[in-house]
Design a protein around this ligand. Structure first.
Ligand code: SF4
Length: 403
């Protein structure tokens, strides 16, 4: 488990009382938003300095002191630092980049409510976050109030839509970050959803427990208990994020009966090394978080410098499956650009299929033949499945076993 730096060692917070540091309102009020605050602590690279000045009005820089305390001030490549301090690469917009890469705006029957899949919806309740991640896929809307997502009228319109659509049984509350709302505002949302008989359960997607774990208060946990069942998907990107303070927040949530899953964006130079990703997944299990999704980084405008090949994600899954606990293996997905939804991608373990005999390879590259009973074989055997070049290339086959 990683350790945060003692915040007393950081000049600008050397005299802050523990009680203040542990208060999430204090953390929010004291976020680093200016270049000069950072420069009083450590030298910025020219790219960081210019970008941090220019991002005012875009996806602004806002770094909670807790998150800042995890940064390595001497290393511009520190994975914590790269996720929160902009660089000039964000101004490089490529030909296939999109403002709304997942096509959410086109699937909104009510502002902020995305209804794409048959039985579930995504409910964006705020544009605010504790920290603005430099790889954010919703950078078109977070950090502003331009969409008016936080209005009561918007929430009421959503409840009315859901009452009229009883096929929706699952609501994912996201944003921005729902944990930016006060308990009373969150309670209005949870109570409004719970009053709709067809809503079977609620999920909350959040990054805040990781960037500012002080937000997970006893009051917040009590609220979640009152409106159970509530599941949470928490956004983690690097093992350095799993600190003792984070573990305390996860314990509070898990002890409140909230099942916890993770969402991780695959980021070049941050977590695209299979060893780093494996360590993250293993650390998550230790703090009672079940790895859920690894996302291929979306083609949002200005984040190409974070994007990897899709093959990098396949290789990570290859390095996880069989090599560590099955619970530590999430699903790797690419969001179909423009609104295709999550498309799972995995290594190919089927080497060949012919006449009811499937040749499979295991994690170690050994092959095995599985014979299907005659009565369930396809009437005409499907064409042999062969690994595609590159993306699905299996590892070296070590030996073949006779059936
Ligand atoms: S917390 Fe989520 S919505 Fe907010 S900036 Fe980070 S990735 Fe984007």
């Amino acid at each position: 488990m990683s350790q945060e730096n003692g915040y007393h060692e950081i000049p600008m917070w050397a005299h802050v009382a523990e009680q203040d540091w542990e208060d999430w309102h204090w953390q929010l009020r004291n976020r680093i938003t200016g270049v000069d605050q950072l420069k009083s602590w450590f030298p910025l690279t020219p790219s960081e300095e210019e970008a941090a000045r220019r991002t005012q009005g875009r996806l602004v820089m806002a770094i909670p002191p807790y998150w800042a305390s995890l940064m390595d001030p001497h290393d511009p490549q520190c994975p914590i630092r790269r996720q929160c301090i902009p660089t000039m690469e964000e101004f490089d917009v490529r030909e296939h980049d999109r403002l709304d890469p997942c096509g959410e705006d086109g699937d909104m029957p009510v502002p902020g409510l995305v209804h794409r899949y048959p039985d579930r919806v995504l409910f964006l309740v705020t544009e605010q976050c504790a920290m603005y991640c430099r790889h954010c896929t919703r950078r078109r809307l977070v950090g502003t109030t331009s969409r008016g997502l936080m209005t009561s009228a918007n929430y009421e319109a959503t409840f009315a839509y859901l009452r009229a659509h009883p096929e929706v049984r699952d609501v994912l509350i996201s944003g921005g970050d729902p944990l930016m709302l006060t308990e009373s505002r969150l309670e209005k949302i949870l109570a409004g959803l719970r009053a709709i008989p067809s809503i079977e359960f609620i999920r909350i997607g959040s990054r805040t427990p990781v960037t500012m774990p002080q937000r997970v208060t006893p009051e917040f946990c009590e609220l979640l208990k009152r409106y159970k069942p509530i599941w949470m998907s928490v956004h983690f990107c690097h093992p350095k994020e799993v600190t003792p303070r984070l573990a305390q927040a996860m314990d509070m949530l898990a002890d409140s009966g909230v099942p916890l899953g993770s969402q991780t964006v695959l980021l070049r130079g941050i977590n695209d090394d299979p060893a780093v990703m494996k360590r993250l997944m293993q650390e998550l299990l230790k703090v009672r978080v079940r790895p859920y999704y690894i996302y291929q980084c979306d083609p949002a405008q200005g984040i190409s410098h974070f994007r990897t090949s899709v093959d990098a994600g396949v290789k990570i899954l290859e390095a996880l499956r069989g090599h560590t606990t099955g619970y530590a293996v999430p699903t790797f997905v690419v969001d179909g650009p423009g609104g295709g939804g999550k498309i799972p991608i995995a290594p190919n373990y089927v080497v060949q299929y012919e006449d009811g005999v499937m040749t499979l390879r295991n994690y170690a590259g050994e092959t095995y033949e599985y014979h299907e009973p005659e009565e369930v074989q396809a009437p005409s055997a499907p064409a042999p499945i062969r690994p595609l070049d590159g993306l699905l290339q299996p590892p070296r086959v070590r030996r073949r076993r006779a059936s």
